[in-house]
Design a protein around this ligand. Structure first.
Ligand code: HEM
Length: 268
């Protein structure tokens, strides 16, 4: 049996989505020091990513709507605002999260979805060229205002599989006559490649402990491409087209609007 020791362990970066839910106080006022904190930690806004999207970054997302998933998670489902913080190093993310928790604890509930960026495991040269070579990079918030947060876990049956078997779920499957039996993850999502910005964080532990997610996935797109996002998700969830999803348990899908600053989160 191929050993799962072969899976990539390297850490490329750290990130957290802070899901903030109003709890009776003035959140805007309580968090007034957040922009200065972000500046001190050298976090650049993702709203204006420039030529090369920042690695040390911050993003502010304002709720539009949210839909429950298989896993109940009221704090994500009802989050009014989401803040994303990312860095190559663990310390700035931890410091930012600790400080925001301290500032907002008296007025809000905060659920932190933490993750690591790791190298891809199932992507050889051709998959890299196909699935990532033409992917859209982060665009200004005005061009791609929609943000979708989709945390999820995989079942114990998935984690029992060796990496070679897991790998097979990302490609189409064919019968002995060469007829495609199902599309699998990569082909079923093909329409999203040119229009969805994708980001996936993995939990430090695989599988993640109870109450936390194995994966925190995130997407951005233009208004015109929101239907494509939903089509791509519907394709992934159709287990006849993508058998991988029989092993997936999703948290809520939270849809927000990207805004430029802390203050804009609260604009009327
Ligand atoms: C938009 C087009 C998309 C493409 C082309 C795509 C392609 C891929 C590929 C090639 C991998 C394997 C990465 C590796 O080598 O480790 C992957 C992993 C993953 N994708 Fe997607 N994906 C897309 C959209 C989505 C969406 C919409 C979701 C969730 C709603 C999603 C969730 C995930 C997760 C959780 C993993 C990690 C799975 C694991 O390691 O077990 N992807 N994707």
């Amino acid at each position: 049996m191929p050993s799962n020791e072969s899976l990539a362990r390297e850490i490329l970066g750290h990130g957290t989505y802070l899901c903030v839910r109003a709890d009776g106080g003035d959140v805007r006022q309580a968090g007034a020091a957040i922009p200065a904190l972000a500046a001190r930690l050298g976090l650049r806004s993702e709203f204006e990513p420039g030529e090369t999207p920042p690695i040390e970054s911050i993003a502010f997302l304002r709720r539009r709507e949210a839909v429950p998933g298989d896993l109940a998670d009221e704090d994500v489902l009802h989050a009014n605002w989401v803040i994303h913080v990312a860095s190559k190093a663990a310390e700035p993310v931890a410091e930012f999260c600790g400080e925001v928790a301290r500032l907002l604890a008296p007025v809000a509930r905060i659920r932190m979805l933490r993750g690591l960026r790791r190298p891809r495991n199932y992507t050889g040269a051709a998959m890299n060229n196909w699935a990532y070579g033409h992917q859209v990079v982060q665009q200004p918030g005005a061009a791609m205002p929609n943000a979708f947060l989709v945390p999820m876990s995989k079942t114990a049956d998935w984690w029992r599989k060796d990496w070679m078997e897991r790998h097979t779920y990302f490609l189409p499957r064919y019968d002995d006559q060469g007829r495609m039996v199902n599309e699998g993850h990569a082909l079923v999502t093909a329409a999203g490649i040119p229009c969805l910005l994708r980001r996936t964080y993995k939990h430090a532990l695989e599988p993640a402990p109870a109450g936390e997610y194995d994966f925190v996935t995130y997407f951005e797109c233009a208004d015109a491409d929101v239907p494509t996002f939903h089509e791509v998700c519907a394709g992934l969830r159709d287990v006849r087209r993508n058998p991988e999803w029989q092993f997936v348990r999703e948290g809520p899908t939270w849809h927000g609007r990207r805004v430029a600053s802390w203050e804009e989160l609260f604009a009327p």
